[in-house]
Design a protein around this ligand. Structure first.
Ligand code: AMP
Ligand code: ZN
Length: 436
């Protein structure tokens, strides 16, 4: 098979040269990190006061991990390493409107990010002649704009459709002969199930590839989507703290996601001890940015579990490959690609004096999409009152939740004592979604 590259030299660089490059970039990154209030303190404590204190890649281990809480506590500017005048865009993590994690970008940061996506796209065998329909949400969430710029750099015709509105998505795909889509696995299944209803057959479409990410899914789901839509599906992994998409992406061989190690140092650690694990061993992914100016992050704990696939890839890229994400080390839920923490939901509903102390977060599938139902117990006297008042209360809770978690839940009001009670640790989340 003829393999195409966006940047062959760097994508197939030998491992020794890659490590050399990583060391050079790590020193630069330390230089930027020392300009932030958070890292200045932390690095000094670890005896690092200048980039020259980093002599080898092993010195990375002297640096403590960075967590999502660090990012939240540094909000809004504690991790900004450049003059605010040099920042040209910000992004935040999906979901929360509480204190999000914010990532600043300089022009150079965005250029690097765009290059990574261009590499990913070319690695899947797509070309400038493809028509790319981006069905991820645009905005602060990184899924939309991230791929968008990469696809434009490749020279594809880009349809910035954003998420939702299935009828319009299908019409766009048909009318503009979309050949590559970027979409969540659940939305891909939903679209596949709606084609007939909207009177469109696969033969009328020109689809050939899909990039699927933002939420976990299995090999079986990949095959199911490939069969239903008669396309090739490539796994795409990223997190907003590491720019977003473009961290790890599958090549034409579809056997694990190459992680761009000239831009990120990837470590896999035992989440309990923090010790580094070997290739092939499953643990928590930890990333250090190597090319980021505005928001350098050192040893950022992703909370995602996966392992590095040992061995070489037939495509000759030397950047190591990641397995599927196999789980999380925290209780974060991913609902239609949007991150939600149960604690955020609790925070909102407990603001309402009408709400008792028990509630349940119930998640199921409806037409292949995730459906969130928040069941709350309210005081019994409210049930004897006016029905319109109950409806109004339901609406207020729903509106508050939507404003906070950015997804639209169904709210159910229940009599006291009707939801399951727990003597030990409450199990408030009931996830009925079949494993994807
Ligand atoms: P965000 O920071 O909002 O972009 O969300 C990033 C999170 O989405 C990651 O930490 C993962 O938990 C999840 N995620 C992204 N891509 C994938 C993927 N391909 N497979 C499984 N989970 C993913
Ligand atoms: Zn490969």
């Amino acid at each position: 098979m003829e393999i195409a590259y966006w940047n062959k030299e760097i994508e197939t660089i030998d491992r020794d040269s890659l490590k050399h490059l990583q060391l050079k970039y790590l020193k630069e990154t330390i230089g930027y990190a020392l300009r932030t209030s958070l890292y200045k303190k932390r690095l000094q404590k670890a005896g690092i006061t200048s980039p020259d204190d980093i002599k080898s890649l092993d010195d990375l281990k002297r640096i403590p991990f960075t967590t999502k809480d660090d990012l939240r506590e540094s909000y809004p500017r504690g991790l900004l390493a450049v003059d605010i005048g040099d920042v040209i865009r910000i992004h935040t993590s999906s979901g929360t409107t509480g204190t999000p994690t914010v990532i600043y970008h300089t022009q150079q940061d965005l250029n690097n990010w765009t290059e990574l996506l261009a590499r990913c796209i070319i690695a899947t065998g797509a070309t400038r002649n493809d028509v790319f329909q981006n069905m991820m949400s645009y905005g602060l969430f990184t899924g939309g704009l991230g791929l968008h710029y990469g696809a434009e750099a490749v020279g594809m015709m880009v349809i910035p459709a954003g998420g939702g509105n299935t009828r319009r998505q299908i019409k766009l795909m048909k009318d503009f002969r979309t050949s590559v889509i970027h979409i969540t696995p659940s939305y891909a299944l939903h679209i596949a199930s709606k084609l007939e209803e909207f009177g469109v057959s696969l033969n009328e479409l020109a689809l050939r590839k899909a990039y699927l990410g933002a939420e976990p899914y299995s090999e079986n789901t990949r095959r199911k989507i490939e069969d239903l839509l008669r396309i090739d599906v490539y796994n795409s992994y990223g997190l907003s703290e590491m720019n977003g998409p473009g961290v790890s992406f599958e090549c034409v061989y579809k056997c694990g996601m190459h992680t761009w190690e000239d831009n990120y140092i990837l470590e896999v650690i035992d989440p309990k001890s923090g010790e580094n694990l070997d290739d092939g061993e499953e643990g928590e992914l930890v990333f250090t940015t190597l090319r980021r100016q505005a928001t350098p992050l050192l040893r950022y704990r992703s909370r995602d579990l996966a392992y590095i696939l040992p061995g070489d890839c037939e495509c000759k890229r030397t950047h190591r490959r990641l397995s599927r994400i196999t789980g999380r080390t925290d209780d974060m839920l991913i609902i239609n690609g949007v991150n939600v923490f149960p604690s955020q939901i609790e925070e909102v509903i407990m603001q309402f004096p009408e709400v008792g102390h028990n509630y349940q977060i119930y998640i199921d599938k409806q037409e292949n999409l995730d459906k969130l139902i928040v069941k709350v117990e309210i005081y019994s006297k409210l049930f004897t009152g006016d029905l319109a008042e109950l409806e109004a209360l339901k609406r207020r809770i729903k509106d508050e939740l939507r404003a906070s978690i950015v997804i639209n839940p169904t709210v159910e009001l229940h009599e006291p004592g009707s939801l399951p009670v727990f003597e030990g640790k409450a199990q408030r989340v009931v996830d009925k979604r079949p494993a994807l």
